[in-house]
Write a protein that binds this ligand. Structure first.
Ligand code: SF4
Length: 351
């Protein structure tokens, strides 16, 4: 099937990915890659907006995230996998877009306020941590998408507002320069099961409640044992309630076939199984599903040269698109591309 639309999405490199990343994004990316022209960016400049003091960790984190992406089936022959900082054109697109983006748009971004709140304990720390780069992250995110003229951006329903900023920037550029150069990126809504961390809270690396794609079978089973179940079920003889089962049941719904789901429901609600055994079975299910990914990841990790080549290949492809966008953008804005003839024409000078 011919890929018609271009899809763009990225992730910050912050270390090994967990299963929330898999179900929340990667599963869809793998599905999309045969249907769309796919661009996937490891957005390392975004990592610096909050972790600038840990910049020395970025190269390793890029390696880890690339292993995870490839292990779950992202195919570099179908999808362009690249590193944001290897494409300097994105930085210039960001700069040009920052010139046309009203300051109050970025200041009003609700996600920015949330990020500052998470980073800082008090006002003084917030002033220190809320850097110029962090303030500008919605513009950088817009540059990420618009440099590749991404028409579709895979998002969950709850993240739709993130994309609205890039849409507004595209509209403003097109309006100011009387053009239709930038497509307004549209959300490609993705269905993702709501899978919580082991403690029933949002899954996150920093909360210590996640299962990593790279976790071994033993590590996975150990973590699954700690999953919070139906808090009203005290003894094994008490009937459970799948609807009150905080973590294992949603995971069963995401991973088990219909027959197994029926069995679990019946065994739970009729007290035929205890939560310990139920979680042991779930652990096995998770291990079986992710074992092939982990094996592939381990193989790739032994060959960092190959991983580097894959990134390099993606960077080269991405750079071709980015430099074309930037050159056209400069033309539209009447900025010289430092080609003499074009410069003189732009300046309406006689050669
Ligand atoms: Fe959850 Fe299974 Fe326990 Fe039921 S038996 S509450 S589904 S862990």
């Amino acid at each position: 099937m011919t890929a018609t639309k271009r899809i763009m999405s990225g992730m910050r490199p912050t270390g090994r990915l967990h299963l929330g990343h898999y179900f929340g994004a990667l599963l869809n990316w793998v599905d999309f890659q045969s249907r769309y022209e796919s661009y996937h960016s490891i957005v390392d400049w975004h990592a610096l907006t909050t972790k600038y003091q840990d910049s020395h960790l970025v190269p390793q984190d890029i390696f880890e995230i690339t292993l995870d992406w490839l292990a779950v089936g992202l195919d570099p022959e179908q999808a362009t996998i690249y590193v944001q900082s290897a494409i300097p054109e994105i930085a210039e697109v960001h700069l040009l877009l920052s010139m046309i983006t009203p300051q109050n748009w970025v200041e009003r971004e609700p996600t920015l306020k949330d990020m500052v709140r998470m980073l800082a304990q008090d006002e003084a720390e917030a002033r220190e941590k809320a850097t110029y780069g962090l303030l500008g992250y919605p513009v950088l995110m817009s540059a990420d998408i618009l440099t590749f003229k991404g028409e579709l951006v895979p998002v969950g329903k709850d993240q739709e507002s993130h994309l609205e900023f890039a849409r507004k920037v595209a509209r403003r550029f097109n309006h100011i320069y009387s053009t239709e150069f930038f497509p307004e990126p549209k959300p490609e809504f993705t269905e993702t099961p709501l899978l919580k961390g082991m403690d029933g809270m949002k899954m996150g690396k920093s909360y210590g409640n996640d299962i990593k794609i790279a976790d071994t079978a033993d590590e996975t089973i150990k973590k699954v044992k700690t999953m919070v179940t139906d808090r009203t079920r005290i003894a094994k003889a008490d009937p459970g309630h799948v609807d009150l089962c905080e973590v294992p049941w949603p995971w069963y719904k995401a991973l088990a076939d219909e027959e197994l789901r029926k069995t679990v429901k019946d065994e739970c609600e009729n007290a035929k199984i205890g939560c310990v055994d139920c979680k042991k079975r779930l652990g096995g299910l998770i291990v079986d599903k992710f074992a092939p990914f982990r094996e592939k990841r381990e193989e790739l990790a032994k060959n960092p040269d190959r991983v580097f080549e894959i990134i390099q290949y993606g960077n080269e492809n991405a750079r071709k698109v980015a430099s074309q966008t930037l050159s056209q953008m400069r033309d539209i804005m009447g900025m010289p591309n430092w080609n003499k003839k074009q410069w003189f024409n732009t300046a309406r000078m006689k050669v």
